[in-house]
Design a protein around this ligand. Structure first.
Ligand SMILES: [Fe+2]
Length: 254
């Protein structure tokens, strides 16, 4: 897909900002569709999949969330602190949005345990390479990139989470899971809709205020889509298959 034309050195006008938002929304929608076609998601959502395997995949994804999320929060605060210092509205909005996320790694761990995961194991293991790479992206944005990259990654992060959460909630309820084992997805199916709207409004204001911001935001989006979620979920999926043992296999190609 082609990038939209951005005039260097100028902020976008209202119509260009709207077009930019439409453009990144289309990119995110295409990314969502490609994830839903993946072997991992087809296996999770296939009614013929053994409910024990679906539960194991879902549980292991929560271990990944627990692993990467605290580092995303820490890097996010550094990134937010590098935003233009006179723009207190921008810094306040992003800070408050991130504040809502600070305990979500622990929220994921709670469900991981409720689904049969071992807390001591979770708290003692290293991140998977994919989770480390994802965390590394946020830190690298903070270390050496333009801080506006942050919004290009946070927007799809907030936008995709309710999409996956709502679908995963329905799938897991269908396998007999209890609502109290699904706290993370139940919560995020609702909460992140408002967060995505907040980041969308912030992006619009930023691209209309700061020349060049749209390019940085789009770069953040590109980096994010390389790293999230499939490389991370693949580790969860392979762990779940290994734990399920012989006789369990991936979804058919149908
Ligand atoms: Fe959120």
């Amino acid at each position: 897909m082609q990038a939209i034309k951005i005039t260097p050195g100028e902020a976008l006008n209202e119509a260009e900002a709207q077009e930019f938002i439409r453009h990144i929304d289309n990119r995110i929608q295409a990314h969502l569709e490609s994830v839903l076609e993946s072997e991992m998601w087809r296996t999770l959502s296939d009614p013929k999949t053994d409910p024990a395997l679906a539960r194991a995949i879902f549980r292991e994804v929560h271990l990944e969330i627990y692993s990467y999320q605290p580092h995303v929060t820490e890097a996010s605060y550094l990134l937010i602190s590098k935003m233009p210092k006179h723009d207190t509205e921008l810094i306040r909005n992003l800070t408050l949005q991130e504040l809502d996320e600070v305990d979500h790694g622990e929220m994921a761990l709670k469900d991981y345990i409720a689904l049969g995961g071992d807390e001591e194991f979770a708290r003692s293991i290293r991140r998977t390479p994919a989770a480390l790479a994802f965390d590394g992206m946020w830190w690298e944005f903070a270390r050496s990139e333009n801080p506006f990259c942050y919004m290009g990654a946070m927007y799809p992060f907030e936008g995709l989470t309710p999409e996956f959460s709502e679908r995963a909630k329905r799938i897991m309820l269908g396998t007999g899971a209890q609502e109290d084992e699904l706290g993370f997805v139940v919560f995020h199916a609702e909460e992140d809709i408002a967060h995505a709207a907040l980041v969308r409004n912030t992006i619009k204001r930023v691209v209309m205020t700061y020349p060049g911001a749209a390019e940085h935001i789009e770069y953040g989006l590109e980096c994010f889509m390389q790293l999230f979620p499939l490389p991370i979920w693949q580790f969860a999926y392979e762990r779940a298959l290994a734990m399920a043992g012989p006789g369990h296999s991936a979804a058919s190609a149908s």
